[in-house]
Ligand binder design. Structure first.
Ligand code: DAH
Length: 337
């Protein structure tokens, strides 16, 4: 006959060490199943004398009950623990505020472009498009910038081949429009331009917004009026403009457009290099050669043209001091706009 006390202690020890209900079930089978140790011990009783059989039988019954009770308690404990673990794991605070839903938005360059288009549309300008890979003729030659002319050096060019360039300016679209449209012409051309430059105010790809007006009797006063309306709508009523003589090959006369500095109200500060003015666009009266290259008779028609950067006005309005930030795609920057 087995040592019942040892058997009981061993069983209780195993039950107490069990960590899940399948282990508990295995222990039950090992002791109380058809071939379990307790079941076999009952069979061993058969060979004993009546007196001893009775005593051992009672003892064995006690052992069986204790094991059963212990199994039951353990199972209940494990199920209880599983439920409370689940509650901790899947606990939901129904009063907590919802997670913020992040949504994308248009890039600052796109937003600024749309805003500029909106203003010029109200002035009757139509948006047109042109190729970003241009021929040498459209990008330079037709704009009065002949081969070998030093003025070409001001536009550090990406060449695709001898005859093709990534357009260095949106101005070639002026020629394309004149070739395809009869005056009166009133168009703007927002788009990408390319130059081999990289520093705080230059990136190899940037955006410009070109403007062209061709009609009978167009004067510099029309250009000035158009610039004034744009500046006041885009930057604010309080801004002043100034036209400063300059040189562009494709305009005559040429001017640069300055706006009064928004930080110091024209008094002079670091942002405007103590001049009170910020340069914002190139412009001028379309050169007769350029009109001719577009198939328009300069004796009959006059025109004015202008070219804005798109990033620069955005930088001035939002106090951004490094152009490269626009294209780094850092969400911490982009999310602010
Ligand atoms: N295309 C010139 C540039 O990229 C900007 C410009 C100046 C455009 C004068 C014009 C203009 O239409 O009239 O520097």
């Amino acid at each position: 006959m087995v040592d019942l006390e040892k058997l009981l202690n061993k069983a209780l020890e195993k039950i107490s060490a069990a960590t899940d209900v399948t282990q508990v079930e295995d222990i039950r089978i090992a002791y109380l199943g058809r071939k379990g140790s307790v079941t076999l011990a009952f069979k061993d009783l058969l060979i004993l004398e009546a007196e001893e059989k009775k005593a051992k039988g009672q003892e064995l019954n006690e052992v069986k009950k204790k094991i059963e009770a212990s199994l039951e308690t353990k199972t209940r404990q494990l199920l209880e623990k599983e439920r409370s673990d689940l509650e901790t794991r899947e606990w939901i605070d129904v009063t907590s505020p919802g997670a913020k839903h992040l949504s994308g938005h248009a890039h600052l360059v796109t937003k600024t472009t749309r805003e500029m288009i909106d203003i010029f549309s109200r002035l009757g300008f139509e948006v047109v498009d042109g190729p970003e890979i241009e021929t040498d003729w459209y990008n330079f030659e037709a704009l009065n910038m002949p081969k070998g002319h030093p003025v070409r050096d001001t536009q550090a060019t990406f060449f695709v081949d001898e005859n093709l360039v990534l357009r260095t300016q949106t101005s070639p679209v002026q020629i394309r429009v004149m070739q395809n449209q009869k005056p009166p012409i009133r168009v703007i051309v927002p788009g990408k331009t390319y130059r081999r430059d990289y520093d705080v105010t230059h990136t190899p790809m940037f955006h410009q917004l070109e403007g062209l007006v061709v009609d009978k009797g167009v004067t510099l006063a029309d250009l000035k009026g158009t610039m004034e309306v744009f500046v006041k709508l885009f930057f604010g009523e309080d801004r002043k403009i100034r036209l400063r003589p300059h040189h562009f090959a494709f305009t005559e006369p040429s001017i640069e457009l300055d706006i009064s500095c928004g930080i110091c109200a024209g008094n002079g500060c670091r942002a405007c290099k103590y001049t009170g003015w910020l340069e914002i666009a190139g412009a001028g009266m379309v050169h007769p050669n350029v009109l001719r290259n577009g198939g328009i008779d300069p004796e009959e028609y006059q025109g004015f043209a202008f070219g804005f950067g798109i990033e620069r006005p955005a930088m001035l309005r939002s106090n951004i001091d490094d152009l490269r930030l626009f294209f780094d795609n850092d969400l911490r920057f982009l999310e602010q706009f």
